[in-house]
Design a protein around this ligand. Structure first.
Ligand SMILES: Cc1cc2nc3c(=O)[nH]c(=O)nc-3n(C[C@H](O)[C@H](O)[C@H](O)COP(=O)(O)O)c2cc1C
Length: 210
């Protein structure tokens, strides 16, 4: 029994460490049974006072996914994987259920993404969109909120793990230790925004030289 417990621990750590945000997908569809399986994992997420303030819209229709990809954006950034993934799951929260609805829905999303990874499928949480733009595409009424869009499908890439802060910069024991908490600068230098900025600077420099 003890050995079995250890294996399960190792399995879960491995699963958590190796899950990546996947932005390239093979076109093969995902079976309904498999979609229901990952949704089942989401259903068992914890929620404040067990309010379960979530609803999931499973989008497989290519035209709707295309519209999602056209509408979801932050400034000039767009998410083409909303169109190329065979499935997009919109995680909808009900703010009337509890003030923690976004936390609850995010926990459900995390369960879903790890379950998908355990089945060899890829996912990516997409949060870069405006409510108004996406609401209309999937018909979400005003009193509900789209907490996130999750792409789901067979991965067509295996990205390198983006850097993570070491535990020493993330953990205090017993009381908050100011020196041990990562600064905003440290966090920024590991973030996707920082690498995007570096890429832009390099592009501008090479254009100037050329
Ligand atoms: C709240 C949230 C919003 C995100 N929004 C986007 C997004 O709009 N587009 C995208 O491509 N990835 C998005 N991601 C994925 C992150 O970029 C990704 O999780 C991060 O770079 C770490 O990479 P990893 O998931 O492979 O470990 C989002 C993730 C979270 C948790």
């Amino acid at each position: 029994m003890e050995g079995e417990g250890k294996d399960r621990k190792a399995d879960f750590l491995d699963l958590a460490r190796t899950r990546r945000s996947i932005r390239r997908y093979r076109p093969d569809p995902v079976e309904r049974e498999v979609i229901l399986n990952v949704l089942e994992a989401a259903r068992w997420a914890p929620s404040a006072v067990n309010s379960q303030p979530w609803h999931f819209i499973v989008v497989t229709d290519p035209a709707t996914r295309q519209r999602l990809a056209e509408k979801a954006r932050v400034l000039f950034l767009r998410w083409r994987h909303l169109a190329s993934a065979p499935v997009v799951i919109a995680v909808i929260g009900d703010p009337r259920c509890s003030r923690w609805f976004t936390v609850d829905c995010s926990l459900a999303g995390a369960n879903l993404m790890l379950a998908a990874h355990s089945l060899g499928l890829g996912t990516c949480w997409v949060g870069g969109f405006s409510q108004a733009d996406i609401r209309e595409v999937v018909g979400v009424p005003e009193h509900l909120e789209i907490v996130g869009l999750i792409t789901l499908g067979h991965p067509d890439e295996s990205p390198k793990p983006p850097p993570r802060l070491p535990l020493e910069r993330l953990v205090s024991w017993e009381r908050f230790e100011p020196g041990s908490a990562a600064s905003r600068g440290e966090r920024f230098r590991l973030s996707g925004l920082y690498s995007l900025r570096k890429r832009l600077v390099r592009l501008v420099r090479s254009r100037r030289k050329g």
